[in-house]
Design a binder for this molecule. Structure first.
Ligand code: PRX
Length: 633
């Protein structure tokens, strides 16, 4: 896009915001009933509400599939690439239509109706997308749980949203290793008595137990249902999906997105950032977003954004370094990927392996590179740009969150100049504000906490089952504004540089982990009296997990116990939560009122023990000396 065209968008928005969004909604989506209302929202406590296109009706799966059938029925929709290079196949929009309809009919045959919740615990295979789109087709609300989560984490999420149906697979294969999805699901379901049906997809062919009456094989069930299923008309504000994400306190929250606004936001941002020039066919590109559908990036930019636009999207069920660190570039070339979107953590890991893994593969078909999930350090940005992109591909660093539905701050290619390490400027309709600790607005070049002062169509609408928590978490810290939880610097050119979370959330390899969750897993161990968890700098992961653990009086510190505790957390939550460092502490630094002073723990974990600051308010300042002496960094 040219700078002039982007400016014209900003101008149109400034002149008539409602008109702009109604235009976008009507031209980019297919409606059963076109909306006449755009945004209707207030972030104020006494009138708190968020609605977009509320009088419109549409169906998301019809937008992602049916509307393309006339013009693109035979065109590829999904390119599947399995764990082993070359293990895969392609599906056309027509194939996708038939599979999704069948999946929807199988769900219906198990009693799933509009508004019901369906949990999806799957590898990165097309059937995961079928299940998501099938839910959207019949108006069921999906909750995808990342396949790397433990049985306990899965069970908690199933119970929280009261799903009675689970979609899973016999197993998964990642990096040559097996993931026992069905076994995990069976363990989880022991504590989920309300789940009456499991739709089981065959992926590995592993021998798995099948519970009579509860479990049905997808490949069997699909034979006995119709390959057509009419899409259910949905109000724009009807729930589309729930996705659990970690916050600074308590259990993961069920972030709820609705149909019309979310779909417009992912359709709009996909086209703006990753599509070709306006007027050219989106299907000229092959788009590869390496995220798993278990995360928001997979929802928005593997499945919904690309398919809504009629694009060709890759689903990859492997890892960046299997069978070797050249995998991304070998596969990109073999498949003909032109737009590639991944996380900084993968870029940093591959950068370490040396340039040869990249340069031995032809990358001339690549035209654009994107990143997401965490701040990208300028060194990794430059390597991505020059070594992978041969200096010809724009690098699009996209800042957003599960809560925002799609990208918020990013350089629109062709229109916004990049700076290595900056997500650059807000997209049309995004209104960032930097505030100080008291909520005072900071002007010009400044550093502070990042808020958004206006709603946008893709904004989450509630925390499932707890609307009060939604308000308290995001709108109470700085009244009248949405608080992102991120710190940010704005430079003299108005460019935004996200500095990372300012709350008790750790960003591990682009995945959010709440310190409270890891702490509660640790204290569930019989030897642990108390635990406090903070982030630490990590060369590859961006942030690692640093745990301080106080043992019960009858337990002895040992390397074996340290390893046992790390494995315990891994088992309780999942591999991504495994502490990188675990320090035994005879006591934690607490104020006289018993509050743990995390600032001190963070400084020690960051390797800056001399910067712990004032410790005079601690109940026992001597505790800090012991922590410093035994620090692991
Ligand atoms: O801290 C920001 C970081 O990831 C958080 C959101 O995490 P999640 O909801 O899991 O969504 C990740 C994928 C959208 C943000 O609060 N983050 C995400 N993208 C960036 C980023 N930090 C810096 N730069 C980014 N491009």
């Amino acid at each position: 896009m040219t700078p002039t065209k982007l400016q014209a968008m900003h101008d149109a928005l400034a002149k008539d915001e409602d008109g702009f969004w109604l235009d976008q909604a009507r031209s980019r989506l297919d409606w059963i009933e076109e909306p006449n209302e755009a945004g209707d929202w207030s972030f104020d406590a006494n009138d708190f509400h968020i609605r977009w296109f509320a009088d419109g009706k549409l169906n998301l799966s019809a937008n992602c599939i049916d509307r393309h059938l006339d013009t693109r029925g035979g065109q590829t929709a999904i390119v599947f690439e399995g764990d082993e290079p070359g293990e895969g196949y392609e599906l056309s929009y027509r194939d996708l239509h038939a599979e999704v309809c069948r999946f929807a009919n199988v769900l219906k045959s198990r009693g799933v109706a509009k508004g019901d919740r369906v949990t999806i615990y799957m590898p990165m295979i097309p059937e995961a997308a079928f299940a998501m789109l099938a839910c959207a087709r019949i108006g069921a609300v999906h909750s995808v749980v990342f396949g790397g989560f433990s049985p306990d984490s899965l069970a908690g999420r199933i119970r929280d949203c009261e799903s009675s149906v689970l979609v899973t697979a016999d197993g998964g294969r990642r990096g040559g290793k097996s993931i026992p999805l069905k076994a995990n699901a069976d363990t989880a379901l022991e504590s989920c008595p309300d789940v009456h049906s499991v739709i089981l997809v065959r992926r590995t062919g592993d021998d798995v137990p099948v519970v009579e009456g509860r479990d049905v094989w997808w490949h069997d069930a699909r034979e006995s249902v119709d390959a057509d299923c009419p899409p259910e008309p949905m109000a724009a504000e009807d729930p589309l999906f729930i996705l659990y994400t970690s916050g600074s306190t308590g259990k993961p929250k069920g972030v709820l997105h609705t149909t019309g606004g979310y779909l417009l936001w992912v359709t709009f941002t996909y086209r703006l950032l990753f599509g070709p020039e306006e007027g050219q066919d989106v299907a000229e590109d092959l788009f590869w977003c390496t995220a798993d559908v278990g995360w928001i990036t997979g929802h928005s930019y593997v499945v919904y954004g690309p398919l809504s636009n009629g694009a060709r999207t890759v689903m990859f069920d492997g890892v960046p370094n299997y069978p070797d660190p050249g995998r991304f570039w070998e596969t990109s070339h073999r498949l003909g990927v032109s737009v590639f979107y991944t996380a900084p953590t993968a870029i940093r890991a591959l950068m370490r392996e040396g340039d040869d893994w990249v340069t031995q593969h032809d990358r001339s078909q690549l035209r654009l590179l994107g990143t997401v999930g965490e701040p990208i350090n300028p060194e990794a940005w430059k390597w991505y740009s020059t070594v992978v992109g041969e200096g010809r591909c724009p690098v699009v660093d996209t800042w957003w969150q599960t809560e925002t539905g799609g990208t918020m701050i990013a350089p629109v290619p062709g229109a916004v100049e990049t700076k290595p390490g900056s997500a650059t400027r807000p997209l049309p309709g995004v209104r960032p504000q930097l505030v100080d600790a008291e909520g005072g607005e900071l002007d010009g070049a400044a550093e502070g906490n990042l808020c958004l002062t206006a709603s946008w169509p893709g904004q989450m609408r509630t925390v499932y089952g707890d609307h009060e928590r939604f308000f308290q978490t995001y709108f109470s810290t700085y009244p009248g504004r949405y608080f992102t939880g991120d710190g940010c610097r704005r430079d003299e050119d108005g460019y935004y540089w996200i500095t990372g979370r300012v709350d008790d959330v750790i960003n591990v390899s682009g995945h959010r982990m709440g310190t409270a969750e890891v702490e509660s897993a640790l204290v569930a161990h019989p030897n642990v009296a108390e635990a406090a968890v903070v982030g630490m700098p990590h060369e590859i992961k961006g942030q690692g997990i640093y745990a301080y653990v106080t043992l019960n009086a009858d337990a002895a510190e040992s390397d074996e116990l340290r390893e046992e505790l790390r494995q315990w957390v891994r088992k309780e939550i999942g591999p991504i939560a495994t502490p990188d460092a675990l320090q035994f502490a005879p006591a934690l630094p607490k104020t006289r009122s018993g509050k743990i002073m995390r600032r001190i723990l963070r400084k020690i974990a960051e390797g800056q023990p001399d910067q712990v600051g004032d410790v005079s308010t601690l109940a026992d300042p001597a505790v800090v000396e012991d922590l410093k002496k035994n620090a692991l960094v």
